[in-house]
Design a protein around this ligand. Structure first.
Ligand code: NAD
Length: 492
């Protein structure tokens, strides 16, 4: 594929160039090299895609669910067959390491597997004789055309939080991936085509804000799933719901982890380092604030600083590399600016990841792991999503104080605790205002059969992604109440 040739959309089962629209380069974050060009699809072309999807959905909704899941089974097999190849595409465009890329695909494939259970997952309920001779049934029916708008940091996994459930339940599905990482979706849609979905049931439309707005305003799009930063999640939620659509919008995060003095410090530090620095800190479940309690402070800070200083940073395609670059030059500058801000607001920079570069990758967007101790509650670093490999350390005297610090933030994606005490774990999981809780875990990512349960400013909506929530989000309930008087029966 030529870098200059813009990527095609997949509309009505055909790979279609966007006839006009602004074009953007796609960069390899490890080298800054341009690896593709993406078109920001304008509104009228989005409308064509939605109309084609709407047309296709009429026949798809009448296709028995056991037949609708067959292309998903084939898609799952194709993803398995191509997992490393797609993993390499993820590395090229997002910068993460190959094991991280393959790992995210594995989590995505789990969603395809779960959605293949749609024949049971979308079953309704019924009661015979709700009154004499009257029966009541509740069915689940698809909505129509549904869309997902996804972020840069999990180009393989996040579209799969939505697509399998949407199509298995009888909807036509349209994806607008991040314009910064369009190549992974491009390849996954080639596999979807190969899996044999009828034309128009799955569509891919590249683009940015205008493309998103066209989706949010189109009357035939019935539901919108969004994952990205909090300001855009709020905007998408407001505009989609004002237009009468269902919306589930996952936003940003600022995830705390509390370390009690009784924690297994070696294990806890290793897990925390993977959480804070894995995927270069660009995970919505990355721990970005460590809250040490009592005597835990010194032991934790020594170990985590050692890990941060020795973590192998480089190109995600090279063996032994533990952490890749951040997504862009803008992101690198923003993360480095936040480290500076943390220092100017009184934090002690114990390990400084700025300005260290990587041999052989002079143009890459690298920020090395950074640890800042003594970050004050309420300061910029304590409250702002960094989305880079920066761990802030705060301190509390008691578990109660630590829980209050955990709850003193706008986001609610994840909170973790490291301890050997069951009573402390129970108090923590009961009290914290976060939807994904880890006990002696650093990335509490729910399996595909559990909802991805962000709270507060990390989620706008009611039903979350994945599992039964996904099935409920993409279906509406229809209740049928029936009376068939015996007098009308033929006598057999
Ligand atoms: P982003 O908000 O910049 O972009 C997300 C999507 O919104 C992209 O498809 C983009 O094209 C679109 N978009 C961007 N600006 C827009 C605008 N003004 N109007 C309409 N659409 C617009 O997010 P990102 O930088 O790609 O991803 C990182 C963010 O995503 C972080 O905040 C991270 O925490 C969050 N995230 C959250 C979860 C979660 O489950 N809560 C998971 C992954 C990432």
């Amino acid at each position: 594929m030529s870098n200059a040739q813009p990527l095609n959309n997949y509309v009505a089962g055909t790979w279609t160039p966007s006839s006009h629209g602004e074009q953007r380069p796609v960069h390899d974050p490890a080298t800054a090299e341009v690896i593709a060009t993406v078109t920001l699809t304008p509104a009228e072309e989005v409308a064509r895609a939605v109309e084609a999807a709407h047309e296709a959905q009429r026949a798809w909704r009448d296709t028995p669910v056991v037949e609708r899941t067959q292309p998903l089974f084939r898609f799952k097999a194709l993803l398995e067959e191509h997992i490393e190849e797609i993993g390499r595409i993820i590395v090229r465009e997002s910068g993460k390491t190959l094991p991280e890329a393959v790992g995210e695909l594995r989590r995505g494939i789990e969603n395809v597997e779960v959605a293949c259970g749609a024949p049971m997952l979308m079953q309704g309920v019924n009661n015979e004789d709700i009154a004499r001779g009257i029966d009541e049934h509740m069915f689940r029916q698809p909505l129509g055309v549904v869309a997902a708008i996804t972020p840069f940091n999990f180009p393989g996994m996040i579209p799969l939080w939505f697509l399998p459930y949407a199509v298995a339940t009888g909807n036509a599905f349209l994806l607008k991936p991040s314009e910064r990482v369009p190549l992974t979706s491009q390849r996954m849609f080639e596999l979807l085509e190969q899996a044999g979905f009828p034309k128009g049931v799955v569509s891919l439309v590249h683009g940015g804000k205008e493309t998103v707005d066209a989706i949010l305003d189109h009357p035939k799009v019935r539901a919108v799933s969004f994952v990205g930063s909090t300001p855009i999640a709020k905007y998408v939620y407001a505009r989609a719901t004002a237009n009468g659509k269902r919306a589930q919008c996952q936003g940003g995060a600022k995830n705390p982890a509390v370390i009690l003095p009784d924690a297994d410090m070696d294990m806890g530090t290793r897990i925390m380092a993977d959480s804070a620095f894995g995927c270069a800190g660009q995970r919505c479940l990355a721990t970005s604030v460590a809250i040490t309690v009592g005597e835990a402070h010194d032991a934790f800070v020594d170990r985590i600083s050692e890990d941060a200083a020795t973590r192998v940073v480089g190109s995600g395609l090279e063996d032994g590399v533990q952490m890749g670059p951040v997504i862009s030059d803008v992101s690198k500058e923003r993360v480095e600016g936040l480290i500076e801000k943390g220092a100017s607001e009184g934090g002690r920079v114990l390990v400084d990841g700025r300005g260290r570069g990587v041999d052989g990758f002079a143009n890459g967007y690298f920020v090395h792991p950074t640890v800042i101790d003594g970050v004050a509650p309420g300061s910029t670093l304590a409250t702002t999503e960094v989305f880079g490999p920066v761990l802030s350390v705060m301190h509390a005297d008691t578990l109660e104080q630590a829980i209050a610090m955990v709850n003193d933030r706008a986001f609610g994606n994840q909170a973790c605790l490291f301890t050997r005490s069951g009573a402390a774990a129970r108090a923590f999981r009961h009290e914290v205002r976060a939807g994904n809780v880890g006990i002696n875990l650093g990335v509490a990512a729910p399996m595909a059969f559990f909802p991805f349960s962000g709270w507060n400013d990390s989620f706008f909506g009611d039903l979350h992604a994945q599992g039964r929530h996904g099935v409920e989000f993409y279906t509406e309930t229809k209740v049928v109440i029936e009376r068939w008087p015996a007098a009308w029966s033929r006598t057999f």
